[in-house]
Design a protein around this ligand. Sequence first.
Ligand code: HEC
Ligand code: HEC
Length: 207
Amino acid sequence: MQNRKIIIFLIFLSCFVASFAFNDSASNLSYFEKSESNPESVAIQIEGDPFTTMMKVLTHKRCVNCHPAGDRPRQGEDSHIHYFGVQRGADDHGVPGLKCKSCHGEENNIYSGVPGAPEWGLAPLKMAWEGLSRVEIAKSMLNPKNNNGRTLEETVKHLTEHELVLWAWEPGIDVNGNQRELPPIGKEEYIKAVKNWAANGAVIPEE
Ligand code: HEC
Ligand code: HEC
């Protein structure tokens, strides 16, 4: 009699344990299914509203150093004028004899500290962001007169996929061997914020 009780108890116990194990693997499975079929379903925490998150990146020196108001690129964490008398030139890619490409390669040079990415060059003057507020930058970015006639969709694509934009999260080391500062928002969180902002009507607040 005693034995039977123990056996029943053990059967009960093993069902109990199995149901836990099964539950666990089932929920793991659905998590993987979700993330494989739709990577966007993986939640990324966004602090604050998407516009604020997005503009923390656009106003950062990794972007603004290449979107200057004058004819000279800017460098470094203090955004000093680019050394060697470098100027934007007629096509924003340098003057004859001192083209951006003569120093900047397709990728960062880890030995010399010269940053690089394909088609390295300055944003045209009409896309100058230096000295503008975050609201002014956003307005300029959506203004067809300044943005080469890009639609909102094309602007989102540029903001989330363009190589010069994404370079900001892999800026490499400077000539002194120090890591360049990253934008204050992680790349995935930024991309999510840009898409959320656009999907919700690309509203630009008052300031
Ligand atoms: C004579 C070589 C040379 C030329 C030509 C040159 N650069 Fe540079 N550039 C450098 C070096 C070296 C650095 C890194 C400086 C440092 O790490 O302090 C640099 C850094 C930069 C940075 C700083 C990135 C950051 O966020 O700190 C920008 C922006 C830049 N260059 C843009 C340009 C543009 C645009 C052109 C063409 C109009 C250009 N450069 C032409 C050598 C050059
Ligand atoms: C190496 C220089 C460089 C860096 C760094 C850079 N940009 Fe640009 N940016 C450009 C150039 C060149 C253009 C013009 C390209 C074009 O119109 O196709 C441009 C254009 C743009 C535009 C289109 C502007 C408009 O008015 O529609 C956006 C948006 C932009 N950049 C965002 C960024 C962001 C965000 C960052 C930083 C995360 C960044 N850029 C960093 C060079 C740079």
